[in-house]
Design a protein around this ligand. Structure first.
Ligand code: IYR
Length: 212
């Protein structure tokens, strides 16, 4: 054991610091149209470092982040994802799910998989030849992805949480072992000049917070 780190936030600044963080983070929006503009050197690596600092079940850190910039690999991912999505939107989607997605305007086409300058493909890491049995994998990886999205946003980069389904094609194209299971694909870059986002609101605090 070692001494726990001490807070460096003066108590009279706590609320202002919390508000500033909320203002910054709540300005983040998922973006689906990306500019042809490169990501500054080192930023993705630093964001993955932030993700890797997340808490995890038994501290087993059951995650893998694959940064994809190769245009050929991005194209292959787009083609495979669109094949799955075509089937999803035509046949597998329920009426209820289709209605829920309608305000977002999504469809089977996933051009952002090629237009975003980088994709961060996140995998859960399960028990395998080189990895112990992990605990609370979805929770752990979800928290790490939250850190990752926050770090990218802090660096001025836009991102999208894309969840093609099923995701096994990710293992084949990215040459990952079977104990790694696709969790989310995150296109990263700068928004296109004409990028638009759905006009959505966040639930007010009195709808999401309960006190007992
Ligand atoms: N995976 C599909 C469908 C989709 C599902 C949810 I839940 C979303 O929030 C958005 C899309 C797609 O990527 O289009």
């Amino acid at each position: 054991m070692r001494a726990a780190p001490r807070s460096d936030v003066p108590v009279d600044e706590a609320l202002a610091r919390a508000r500033a963080f909320t203002a910054n983070l709540s300005a983040r929006r998922s973006v689906r149209q990306f500019a042809d503009r490169p990501i500054p050197e080192g930023v993705l690596e630093e964001a993955v470092r932030a993700a890797g600092s997340a808490p995890s079940g038994a501290n087993l850190q059951p995650w893998r982040f694959v940064v994809v910039t190769d245009p050929g690999v991005r194209r292959a991912l787009r083609e495979a994802a669109e094949a799955e999505e075509r089937d999803f939107y035509r046949r597998r989607v329920s009426d209820e799910w289709r209605d829920a997605l309608a305000p977002l305007g999504t469809d089977w086409r996933k051009p952002f998989l090629e237009t975003a300058p980088a994709l961060i493909v996140v995998f859960e890491v399960h028990k395998g030849p080189r990895s112990p049995k992990p605990y609370y994998v979805k929770e752990s990886v979800g928290i790490a992805v939250g850190f990752l999205l926050a770090a990218l946003h802090q660096a001025g980069l836009a991102s999208l949480t894309h969840t093609p389904s099923p995701m096994r094609f990710l293992n084949e194209i990215l040459d990952r072992p079977r104990e790694e299971r696709g969790y989310v694909v995150i296109p990263v870059g700068y928004p296109a000049a004409d990028a638009e986002v759905p006009a959505i609101d966040r639930k007010p605090l009195d709808e999401i917070l309960v006190r007992r």
